[in-house]
Design a protein around this ligand. Sequence first.
Ligand SMILES: Nc1ncnc2c1ncn2[C@@H]1O[C@H](COP(=O)(O)OP(=O)(O)OP(=O)(O)O)[C@@H](O)[C@H]1O
Ligand SMILES: [Mg+2]
Length: 223
Amino acid sequence: MRAAAARPSYRAPAVQAPVCGRDSQLADLQTLAAGRDDGLVVVCGTGGLGKTTLAAQAARQAETQGRAVFWVRWQDDAARLAHDLTRIAQELGLPETRLHDAQNGRARSGRRGVGATGLSAGVGDRDRQRRHPRNLGPGSEPVGSYRGWVRPDGAGLLLVTTRDTAPTTWGPRAHLVPLEPLAADPSGAVLRDAAPAAGTTEEAAALGERLGGLPLALETAGR
Ligand SMILES: Nc1ncnc2c1ncn2[C@@H]1O[C@H](COP(=O)(O)OP(=O)(O)OP(=O)(O)O)[C@@H](O)[C@H]1O
Ligand SMILES: [Mg+2]
């Protein structure tokens, strides 16, 4: 959707270092974001695999394509999420009546949630203790029932990052993008980006492989 740029508080975080080894996922996300179809994409995997980084890079790509991107950080606070999504819906010009429906949400609002507004957003699950999303609201229905804020309907793409990889959590219409550790060459590239003079490309790839290809570990080791 073309619309005014998001307020600073809803901008995607800047990607600090080059994103290595995620070209195919980025291409898929670019295709999904460029399409006219609605949808729900769930980038998932354990901590430090690079979910937020991938989503931030995808957000930047989508903005380059002229899409409006809104980034929401969610930390187990349903009221805060409702506040953020309401503001975004207002910025996107959702009529008051539909906003009211969405806020009072649940079953009867059917397809009329904020997810149906043509919203391209990242909802980042930054909860480090619990694995399963809850308090996503409105109401207490499971996320996968699509009666709350997270819905696959609408003119925009909703992208969620989460450690919860269970398809049942996200429901039948979610397009899951499970992240794996990086392969040896991109692992080496992460190390060399952080420490360019520390060794050869081959040595970096070998060390990257030994470190298990986890971007967080690679970056830390590189530093
Ligand atoms: N593909 C990548 N190339 C280079 N660096 C990366 C890549 N992916 C992630 N990183 C780096 O690894 C670190 C962890 O990445 P990120 O925060 O995206 O992980 P996450 O999966 O979102 O973790 P969490 O589950 O804790 O939210 C970041 O500092 C990031 O810069
Ligand atoms: Mg993250």
